[in-house]
Ligand binder design. Sequence first.
Ligand code: ACO
Length: 350
Amino acid sequence: MPRSFIAGVGRYVPEQVLTNEDLKRYMDTSDEWIQERTGIRERHFADRTSETTTTMGVKAAQMALDRAGLTAQEIDFIVFATLSPDYYFPGCGVLVQRELKMREVGALDVRNQCSGFLYALSVADQFIKTGMYRNILVIGSEKHSFGLDMSTRGRNVSVIFGDGAGAVVLKPTEADGHGILSTHLHSDGESAELLAMFNPGTHANHWTRENPVADFDEAEIAGMFMSHEMIDKAQNFPFMDGQAVFKKAVAKFPEVINEALAANGLVASDIDMLIPHQANLRISQMIQKLMRLPDNKVYNNIQRYGNTTAASIPIALCEAWEEGKINSGNLVCLAAFGSGFTWASSLIRW
Ligand code: ACO
């Protein structure tokens, strides 16, 4: 059975940079508060009209295709991970197919938020291993800036996120020991409401009644997809119980990394580069400590980009590779945790 390997990596971040200082134009916050709690110094925001989740994804994809030495017409399947799609439906995958003038190939959208890229990678990996497809484009892209509450009311969430895109091209290889060694996917829906955007949605407050942990007011007109009341109550913006997310993340990241290592008969000291989803620098530092890894074996760029959700792993992977920090034969570990909760890992022999 062939393995899949990453034949090309690409990334795109929009030009516009917003420093923590810039955010003070919109909300009551400070550079000190944001850096101390998250490590973030600045983030990039897409142009409001000319850039979308798809257009950014297309730019990252084109770079990955060029590096893989393939044209878009040679791609057999698209997997697109995002929580901030251009449209509620259809998904971004078909927009990529149109934009890159691709053949009438399958296009699948994955909605797994921060672990979206690893879920997408895992799907693509299975198609290659079974021989169904040869060249697969996997994209993670987010335009968070369109969906954040930039007032003081939303500051605990909005200071964390940024826009950007990353992509990889997967191909089959028979080369011994190289490529994606394994992927590991998990979920626990018990705490689905602790990190969520409730509207627009069809829930009609069903889960609020069922699940007392949900910390949001019931919209007055239950059953409507979107109402003025929902907007007044900020239910069209992401909600996050930050401390609960932190606690669960620092437990699940090491667990899923260790699961991947054990599945391959490896140990933490075998890892050459760990690329955690860039959720929060404090979370990455905690994982590093728990995994007993030195600084040069953990890649972080959240300081410059903020949390770009489904895009954070491919952007970081691409940068680490461009900086010569990932070389042939290296053991690369990717790991993610996020809304759902869902979490995932993958080990790759580069
Ligand atoms: N600027 C200034 N003050 C703020 C801000 C802000 N941006 N946001 C919140 N505050 C204030 C609050 O209003 C509160 O003030 P009060 O004490 O007067 O009521 C105070 O700071 C503390 O607020 P908390 O929400 O309790 O802050 P906490 O110390 O928990 O830090 C944070 C918040 C950074 C979100 C933290 O909980 C955390 O790191 N959580 C992890 C969640 C995370 O990283 N999510 C990433 C996205 S999800 C993912 O990718 C997995």
